[in-house]
Design a protein around this ligand. Structure first.
Ligand SMILES: [Zn+2]
Length: 123
């Protein structure tokens, strides 16, 4: 939708995605207007929610389809990654666990032996 900045009279447009985000934000926070920031002077122009809904009456369905698309995109991305990732991660935990186990016992006796002499010397 086209807007005219009330401060500097610059014409600027709000895209569909911006309007969706704005409408979603207003719905969540129970707001009746949206602050559209002018690209030139960066001041907030209040746009009434009802006015934006007139431009984008189907916004609730648009959010639903957008969420579906993103969910499908995620599952589609996970499928090929799971096949190749399973082979890599199967070997990775062993390699990562071994040095961690070895280093853990080393530090514990070192810390314990360091404390004992320090305590006996003081007393
Ligand atoms: Zn402006």
């Amino acid at each position: 939708m086209q807007l005219r900045c009330t401060y500097c009279q610059t014409m600027f447009a709000i895209g569909r995605e911006d309007m969706l985000a704005a409408l979603e934000h207003m719905e969540e926070n129970k707001l009746i207007y949206y602050d559209a920031h002018c690209p030139k002077c960066r001041r907030a122009n209040r746009v009434e929610r009802a006015r934006m809904e007139r431009f984008f009456p189907d916004w609730k369905n648009a959010i639903k389809t957008m969420l579906k698309d993103s969910a499908q995109a995620e599952t589609a991305a996970e499928k090929p990654a799971a096949g190749t990732g399973a082979v890599k991660t199967a070997a990775a935990p062993e390699a990562a666990a071994k040095p961690a186990k070895k280093s853990a016992p080393k530090t514990k006796p070192a810390a314990a032996s360091a404390k004992k002499p320090a305590g006996t010397k003081k007393k």
